[in-house]
Design a protein around this ligand. Structure first.
Ligand SMILES: [Mg+2]
Length: 369
């Protein structure tokens, strides 16, 4: 089998309501879909969800760059995953979100070819039911508390709160939320880099009494010295998110002792191949991981769940992006219940999920043959 054609589609899906974090606001999922066709007629699909304020990538830029990467693969063997990904890295540095869509499509095609569900192709087992948290946008304390209470009623087993300063307001937000939902439900927080080092230490100490599992990315991404200081002075464990893209970042975080947890996202790591390297590092270093998402549809989330089923190191799940979408453009794959329960209900080969035909924008598709 060789790769005979690759189709590159923009994939736009409206959100139920705007998603607000300390770095910006999102109204639509504007994702990229890569579809690889083999000479035997089999196809593989991959998706990424670029967030320019996290990774510097945008759909428009990806639509321009993707054909250059696709051309490298035409006529080549899709079963040689390592060689194919090395070719992308040689032509184009960075752009890990874009590369992750190619990686996902390649893994989908490989697992389909092997007639295995992807988790099995990766050496895993479908022996876990995952419970996703639900994310509350940063905003007025009362509005956040109302939303958190609603998610508690819906049956979510943990809630993730977006914070973002000032310190006094973040403390008011947490106080309002605990008041509304009681003391028992585990809470996670994410500052998305909003605090300085001293603000982070001050805030995390002030939040100690609210029973918080971990805090994602308290300070500016990449400041590992600062992050280590925050970690050493925080009563709440620290999770690296924007400071952790690929496996190279993972080893640096371990070397610096800068975090307690990793937050792995396929759109950040460059795909499944690199994400497997991150969990190998995590496992070796005794660091547990969470998986997270941007605004992926159930296609990307299905790939993420299949990856989790092959990595017991991953113990926290932030898989709620499909619940934020107003429409579901995917057939098959992982089912996500309204209480966050995520389960792969079929052992169909590959991802076991495909994008519905009507969501493939045939006016804007780029075909590479
Ligand atoms: Mg985060």
């Amino acid at each position: 089998m060789v790769i005979s054609e690759i189709r590159i589609y923009p994939l736009k899906v409206p959100l139920k309501e705007p998603f607000v974090i300390s770095l910006g606001t999102i109204y639509h999922a504007r994702n990229l879909l890569i579809e690889i066709k083999g000479s035997n007629g089999m196809t593989g699909q991959g998706e990424c969800s670029p967030y320019s304020f996290i990774n510097g990538e945008m759909l428009e830029g990806q639509m321009a760059l993707a054909p250059l990467l696709a051309k490298l693969w035409i006529g080549k063997n899709p079963l040689e995953i390592e060689n194919r990904m090395l070719e992308l890295d040689k032509l184009l540095s960075a752009n890990l979100a874009l590369k992750s869509a190619f990686d996902m499509a390649l893994y989908d095609l490989n697992a389909r070819y092997a007639q295995m569900p992807l988790y099995q192709f990766l050496g895993g087992a479908n022996d876990r039911v995952l419970y996703s948290d639900r994310t509350v946008s940063v905003g007025e304390p009362e509005k956040m508390a109302r939303e958190a209470a609603q998610y508690l009623d819906m049956g979510f087993q943990s809630i993730k709160l977006k914070l973002g300063g000032p310190v006094e307001i973040d403390v008011l937000r947490m106080a309002a939320i605990r008041e509304a939902i009681g003391d028992h439900l585990p809470l996670r927080i994410d500052a998305n880099q909003a605090w300085t080092v001293s603000e982070a230490v001050r805030t995390l100490r002030a939040l100690e009494k609210y029973n918080i599992e971990h805090c994602e990315e308290p300070i500016e991404a990449g400041d590992l010295v600062g992050l280590k200081y925050v970690r050493e002075n925080s009563p709440i464990p620290i999770m690296a998110d924007e400071s952790l893209f690929d496996h190279r970042d993972a080893i640096r975080l371990v070397q610096c002792g800068a975090c307690d947890y990793f937050n792995i996202k396929l759109t950040k790591s460059g795909g499944i191949a690199n994400a497997m390297k991150i969990t190998a590092i995590a496992q070796s270093a005794g660091i547990a991981s969470q998986v997270g998402c941007f605004s992926e549809t159930r296609l990307g989330i299905t790939a993420l769940v299949q990856f989790v089923l092959a990595n017991k190191n991953v113990i926290h799940f932030d898989l709620d992006s499909p619940l934020m979408l107003a429409e579901d453009p995917i057939i098959g794959g992982v089912m996500i219940e309204m209480d966050g329960r995520a389960q792969l209900t079929s052992d169909a080969p590959g991802l076991g999920a495909v994008v519905k035909e009507e969501y493939k924008d045939n006016d804007r598709v780029v075909l590479v043959i």
